[in-house]
Design a protein around this ligand. Structure first.
Ligand code: SF4
Length: 434
């Protein structure tokens, strides 16, 4: 999972690029990068491991100037650079090739070489995508070739001498355009625009290529793709609640899922509580619709990392263990509904239930804002193996009893369709095996 951002401006835009990508930090914490075009036309690139604000503090970037820049947060070293007969290109990608080996072998057999790599497995998806695009003199022809060859999905931004290209694959990876006073921007999520003063122009459509330059946002190409599917999990968990993803407010979709769950499952309880932060918007919707008071029985300790971004489930669990602190006074003798976005292994659900029961909770019911996860996502890499998903191995009743829950209810596809406002054919449901 990555967050990508690009901006062109009549003035210097480096601070806007860094602020824009800072607000995408929810999408990855592994690497961050910035590429920019200097006032004398050179393309530059800087990548670091870790967080945006740690690696690009305001005082350090004051010496960098540029009228166009791209930036990313990602799980691998990006942006990646390419020099071809059409000139330099620097690329940030949010996406995944699940025919990685086929693409890599085709490129190697076709004579491509990869400097800086000694072993084929080290080459990232972004590097392969960059090679495919750079083979063509015309950028959109490179995207056409990419679409023809790849299995998976993508959104990307490319810094080139003529401006910033933005392109979107089959819909799972969001991409939105914005503008302010002679500046034009593109971002994975509209949350980047809010505190930076940009207004939303529109989403980049699946299959579309646009070019941002000093003249504005220019339409380049629209490919007629079959099987457009939007990234359902963006609305459930991934995106920031303040974002609009393909015109739908993430906060309001989550509220609606909670409200529809409250309509469907009538539970006698004393309070509704999210597992913070990811269950908060769903829990608000559930509490408002059911009339059951909203409290937070766990408080998130702000100095712990996010539990989903470390690479192994063990590391994720380690962070999750330390990040939640119970409010004992809310728990004793209460019948509690906890609301979470999803269950993967179920270890955290068991631990949280055990903690609540040990602190005197009378009953603990869980409301989960999506169907049971049964597959690793092929389009991103957050869950590594299908076997990590408890619902792949256990029935719902087994999950409920082994997790010590008095009740367990998952959202179904009808609830997702209603809450998001898209029919199931337009929703990616792969990680639920649907
Ligand atoms: S499989 Fe799930 S997580 Fe992956 S793109 Fe589809 S909805 Fe999103």
């Amino acid at each position: 999972m990555s967050g990508i951002f690009g901006v062109v401006s009549k003035d210097d835009c480096i601070q806007d690029a860094l602020s824009g990508v800072f607000y995408l930090q929810n999408r990855s914490e592994d690497y961050c990068g910035l590429a920019w075009k200097t006032p004398d036309g050179k393309l530059k690139n800087s990548t670091h491991k870790g967080l945006v604000r740690e690696n690009f503090p305001r005082e350090k970037v004051n010496g960098i100037n540029g009228g166009s820049a791209i930036a990313c947060v990602s799980g691998s070293r990006e942006p990646v650079s390419e020099l071809s007969r059409r000139g330099g290109m620097i690329l940030c990608v949010d996406g995944n090739l699940f025919n990685y080996s086929e693409i890599k072998n085709n490129l190697l057999e076709g004579g491509a070489s990869f400097s800086g790599y000694h072993n084929p497995g080290e080459i990232s998806d972004a590097v392969l995508i960059s090679k495919i695009i750079a083979k063509e003199f015309i950028f959109e022809k490179g995207i056409k070739n990419l679409i023809g060859q790849m299995k998976g999905d993508f959104a990307l931004v490319a810094l080139t001498p003529e401006g910033i290209y933005a392109a979107r694959g089959w819909g799972r990876k969001p991409l939105i355009l914005g503008k302010k006073d002679g500046s034009y921007a593109v971002s994975s999520e509209s949350v980047s625009f809010i505190n930076t003063g940009f207004e939303i122009v529109r989403d980049v459509k699946p299959g579309e290529v646009v070019l941002l330059n000093s003249g504005g946002i220019n339409f380049v190409a629209q490919f007629d793709l079959q099987n457009i599917k939007y990234g359902t999990f963006e609305w459930i968990y991934t995106a920031h609640p303040s974002s609009l993803i393909d015109g739908k407010s993430v906060e309001l979709v989550r509220n609606k899922i909670g409200a529809l769950m409250a309509e469907k499952y009538k539970i006698d309880a004393d309070l509704v509580s999210p597992i913070p932060n990811s269950g908060r918007c769903h829990a608000t919707g559930f509490a408002n619709a059911s009339g059951i008071p909203y409290f937070e029985v766990f408080k998130k300790f702000d100095y712990s990392g996010r539990s989903f971004t470390p690479n192994t489930l063990e590391a994720q669990n380690g962070v999750a263990d330390e990040k939640l602190i119970p409010v004992k006074e809310l728990i004793k003798g209460k019948r509690i509904i906890i609301v979470d976005d999803s269950i993967v292994k179920g270890n955290q659900t068991r631990k949280q239930t055990q903690r609540l029961k040990a602190l005197g909770a009378k009953e603990v019911h869980a409301i989960i804002a999506c169907p049971p996860l049964v597959c690793a996502c092929k389009y991103g890499k957050s869950i590594k193996n299908d076997e990590d998903c408890i619902a792949k191995r256990m029935s719902l009743e087994e999950i409920r009893t082994t997790r010590g829950l008095d009740g367990l209810h998952f959202a179904d596809v009808e609830i997702l369709e209603k809450a998001i406002g898209l029919p199931r054919e337009k929703l990616c449901l792969d990680c639920w095996g649907l």
